[in-house]
Design a protein around this ligand. Structure first.
Ligand SMILES: Cc1cc2nc3c(=O)[nH]c(=O)nc-3n(C[C@H](O)[C@H](O)[C@H](O)COP(=O)(O)OP(=O)(O)OC[C@H]3O[C@@H](n4cnc5c(N)ncnc54)[C@H](O)[C@@H]3O)c2cc1C
Length: 456
């Protein structure tokens, strides 16, 4: 194999990081072709502007998870390598029944001693379950967890006897989970609670918008980029892999030495994988990770950030829509004179609310403001809605975490050069999709290096 031909399907962060990493680590030049169904690269990292004013907001991935206090943090390293400045994000207070609960003292003062004790007990239990170091390594289990993660997180929540304490915890974690406690595992539920503690994790965004990350990658990737190419099927053809795609109604087929399918779980079924071994292998893979979770974003531009006297943080949790996160999107830009609030609805509320029109959703968001901020409705300028049903995973990794090779190569016998990359294989985040992309890129690089050795 002289110049390897490599196809990457999906131009989101997973596909872009795979291309960038391959380019860096391969022992020879390769011809990389990237197929993207839409007219834009970047996937769910999306930083649009309002129509009424040139004010940015995050419509997809909101923040990056910072693990650098423990050890390696490849995502933060990549962002630094690309020269992108970052801004730390702070939170989260919970607003419950129009009261601000920013710390344990607030919980005792506002919810009473019994709720305080119940939250403290839950907090101790969660921290006993997992130290910050264990948290750092928890997304990287090799092979099967023993016992399998069949117990659901609602069993743990049921032990929180005080209803107000339970509601506080559920509001705190609901938007990170993107699902209901009964649909996820105990470790994943506890991790989403612990990540609110700075001893376990910090958060940051990219100054100028998170979409600068995919843009910086695109600027450095030397690949054939096929925008508006919807991949229809991937299959083996003689000794190569065949990719069939359609572009504005015209079908084309291309053969490659390697194919990397960098699609989120909810898009896997948009591609056919014909073959006696391949079809059932992909079916098994899909079923193993089929725990859909949902988001919906409502973002509103106001004349001023009228809430700043009450809050200075980047985000808070709100006891509305079953527990949602409210981002101060305008806090990302110190020069922004407008105010921007972003509601991140999650879990079961999303399929309920998605059928509503944008206007209805914007009105419901305004209605959900706590009483002490309701006066800000008069400052409304413009609202935008972004629907993300099924776009994330309620139980990433599945009930039985698979060995890494199995996660990424679904059918090794007849399709050893077909790889999958996805956040759902790890923790449903950008850190996870980067781990996955680097794993696959490293594997392909090692295979190619081995063929060079053999040919000597
Ligand atoms: C609302 C929301 C908030 C989030 N917040 C965070 C956060 O704060 N922090 C965090 O770390 N993560 C967050 N995430 C998760 C993060 O966005 C994902 O981990 C990341 O986008 C996964 O990248 P990906 O490349 O696998 O998928 P995507 O970003 O979905 O990209 C996949 C690409 O494949 C393309 N595609 C699909 N089908 C085909 C086909 N048949 N042919 C060709 N191309 C195709 C799509 O058009 C898309 O461009 C959030 C997700 C959502 C929805």
């Amino acid at each position: 194999m002289s110049t390897p031909q490599i196809a990457i399907i999906g131009g989101g962060p997973g596909g872009l990081i795979t291309a960038y990493t391959l380019q860096k680590i391969l022992d020879r030049p390769a011809r990389i072709t990237l197929f993207e169904a839409s007219g834009r690269l970047g996937g769910k990292i999306l930083t649009p502007q309002f129509r009424s004013a040139p004010v940015r907001y995050e419509a997809g991935a909101a923040e990056f998870y910072d693990y650098s206090m423990f050890d390696e943090d490849p995502l933060k390293d990549l962002i630094a390598e690309l020269g992108l400045p970052i801004r730390r994000m702070g939170g989260p207070a919970v607003i419950m029944r129009n009261r601000i609960l920013a710390n344990m003292d607030d919980i005792r003062d506002q919810l009473g001693t019994r709720s305080y004790q119940a939250v403290s007990q839950f907090d101790r239990m969660a921290k006993d379950h997992m130290t910050p170091q264990e948290f750092y390594y928890s997304d990287y289990p090799e092979g099967r967890a023993a016992p399998p993660l069949t117990e659901r997180f609602n069993a743990v929540m049921a032990d929180v006897a005080e209803p107000q304490a339970r509601q506080f915890i559920e509001n705190l974690i609901h938007s990170d989970l993107a699902t209901e406690p009964k649909q996820t595992s105990v470790p994943y539920g506890l991790q989403n609670y612990l990540m609110n503690d700075p001893a376990y994790m910090d958060l940051y965004g990219i100054e100028g918008g998170n979409e600068l990350l995919p843009q910086a990658l695109i600027a450095r990737i030397n690949a054939v980029i096929r925008l508006e190419h919807i991949v229809q099927s991937v299959s083996r053809h003689e000794n190569q892999m065949r990719v069939v795609s359609t572009h504005r109604g015209v079908t084309r087929q291309d053969d490659f030495d390697y194919v990397v399918v960098a699609l989120p779980h909810n898009h896997l079924k948009s591609v056919a994988f014909p073959g006696d071994r391949l079809t059932p292998a992909i079916e098994r893979h899909y079923a193993h990770y089929h725990y859909p979770a949902h988001y919906l974003r409502i973002t509103i531009l106001f004349q001023t950030p009228f809430w700043r006297q009450a809050f200075e943080d980047s985000y808070w949790m709100l006891d509305q829509f079953g527990g949602c996160c409210l981002y101060d999107e305008s806090s990302r830009d110190p020069n922004c004179v407008h105010g921007v609030l972003g509601w991140l609805l999650a879990g079961e509320s999303v399929p309920q609310k998605s059928p509503l029109s944008d206007e209805q959703l914007i009105a419901e968001a305004l209605d959900s403001l706590p009483d002490f901020l309701a006066h800000g409705r008069s400052e409304f300028v413009e609202g935008r809605v972004h629907r993300w049903a099924g776009a994330v995973n309620a139980l990433p990794g599945g009930v039985l975490p698979q060995p890494h090779d199995q996660r990424h190569r679904p059918e090794p016998i007849e399709h050893p050069h077909l790889f999958l990359v996805g956040d759902y294989l790890y923790d449903s985040t950008l850190n996870g999709v980067l781990d996955s992309a680097e794993y696959v890129a490293g594997w392909i690089a090692a295979q190619l290096a081995a063929t060079s050795q053999e040919n000597r």
